[in-house]
Design a protein around this ligand. Structure first.
Ligand code: XUL
Ligand code: CO
Length: 439
């Protein structure tokens, strides 16, 4: 059954009109077919919309209820409501040229009272999603399970001190994996939700982390046994909702994956505002993942410099994203993932077209930043400047050190025989000026 209601009458399709366009809802930089660094922009990014924020977030905050009344959220029957939400999503994605979406299980349809009824509901709504996907060519970038909203997960899911909760979470992941596989999802995400702790006084951290590792092994094995060939991503976040989250940042997660023998199947999904909350920059986190061969996917948003929480604003910081795109291009792009707008409208952005302004802005920003980064890499001389900084390792003793053929005594003798190092400028300001010159 198809309802096919329309919600965004009078908007779109959004077209590329070039940098001089005066049309508010047009792309100035995102020309999907434009080839930059050997690849079309659409393939670099695989832009995705986040079901939970765009079609579920009503602007509720700790001080007040939602401000947005979504016309697709009014039906009383959960399946009708879910279908109408799906209609709105496909209409918006089609008009924006978003070729992917990401979902939690219970973004697709409300969780029911029992596990079996929830499973039945997921079965029905994924049938409906498949029809729409086949008709439009829109795909699933990744699926995931919401293991944090229901009160049963108040003390964690895979790391809950109660085995009954761990088993329930596993059942939910099984259903979410089934749904992702059914929809041809290209990847599957684990965001730690409440996997962490509030007080060490009541927490056995080692045991909880071992449970998490076992949970990931079992999930991986199940998905593979069902034919899933995509990549699993872990999405680091340092805090919120738990005070201490086990997946603090990229380095922590990479260490965890190696320690528990998961590094072959898992990569990282890096979210801008999670990076900044962990005290790093977005580009730092991308670089850490890239250096480990684990730069999988991006959750695009931004934080607020004055706030220490996850504001999940739509991205608009050209400087930040340009620096990130330098890392992205040097790494050869993402491994399997894409750029998912894990971002929500501000509470007082209450018009339906605000969703369009937000996504157009985000897509244009990434395109503009990538074009600038490509130009910096090709035309500014930055690559040779950077490699010259390390030139002393390209020959003679420096080269022998790198290749492992010097001992500590050799280094001692080298230093004793030389006149000692002279200061070599890092030229940071010169590098920084390149960004302003090319954006
Ligand atoms: C929470 C967050 C999630 C994950 C998916 O901060 O980023 O939306 O991306 O569970
Ligand atoms: Co996210």
């Amino acid at each position: 059954m198809t309802t096919n209601r329309k919600y965004f009458e009078g908007i779109g399709p959004i077209r590329y009109e070039g940098p001089d366009s005066d049309t508010p809802l047009a792309f100035r930089f995102y020309d999907p077919g434009r080839v930059v660094a050997g690849k079309a922009l659409r393939d670099h990014f695989k832009f995705a919309c986040a079901f939970w924020h765009s079609f579920g977030n009503t602007g509720m905050d700790p001080f007040g209820s939602g401000t947005r009344v979504f016309p697709w959220a009014l039906a009383s029957d959960p399946l009708d409501r879910a279908r109408e939400k799906m209609d709105s999503a496909f209409e918006m994605m089609g008009k924006l040229g978003l070729e992917y979406f990401c979902f939690h299980d219970y973004d697709l349809i409300d969780e029911a009272e029992s596990l079996s009824e929830s499973e039945r509901r997921l079965e029905l709504i994924t049938d409906y999603a498949l029809e729409k996907m086949t008709a439009t060519g829109i795909k699933v970038l990744w699926g995931t399970a919401n293991l944090f909203s229901n009160p049963r997960y108040m003390s964690g899911a895979a790391t809950n001190p109660d085995f009954e909760v761990v088993a329930y979470a596993a059942a939910q992941v099984k259903h979410a994996l089934d749904a992702t596989i059914k929809l041809g999802g290209e990847n599957y995400v684990f965001w730690g939700g409440r996997e962490g702790y509030m007080s060490l006084l009541n927490t056995d951290m080692k045991r909880e982390q071992e449970h998490l590792a076992r949970f990931l092994h079992l999930s991986r094995d199940y998905a593979r046994s069902q034919g899933f060939q995509g990549t699993f991503f872990i999405e680091p976040k340092p805090c919120e909702p738990s005070k201490h989250q086990y997946d603090y940042d990229c380095s922590t997660v990479i260490g965890f994956l190696h320690r528990y023998d998961l590094a072959d199947d898992f990569k990282l999904n890096i979210e801008v505002n999670h990076a900044t909350l962990s005290g790093h920059t977005f580009e730092h986190e991308l670089q850490v993942a890239a250096d480990a061969g684990m730069l999988g996917s991006i959750d695009a948003n931004r934080g607020d410099n004055q706030n220490g929480w996850d504001t999940d604003q739509f991205p608009n910081n050209l400087y930040e994203v340009t620096e990130a795109m330098l890392v992205f291009l040097r790494a050869g792009g993402l491994q399997g993932g894409g750029v998912n707008f894990d971002a929500k409208l501000r509470r007082d952005s209450t018009d339906l077209d605000d969703l369009f302004h937000a996504h157009v802005g985000g897509m244009d920003l990434f395109a503009r930043a990538l074009i600038a980064a490509d130009s910096i890499l090709s035309n500014s001389g930055i690559e040779s400047l950077r490699s010259e900084r390390y030139a002393s390792f390209d020959s003679e003793s420096g080269k022998s050190f790198e290749s492992g053929s010097m001992t500590l005594e050799d280094l001692h003798n080298h230093a004793a025989e030389s006149d000692g190092p002279l200061p070599v400028s890092g030229k940071q300001e010169k590098y920084e000026n390149l960004i302003n010159r090319f954006i």
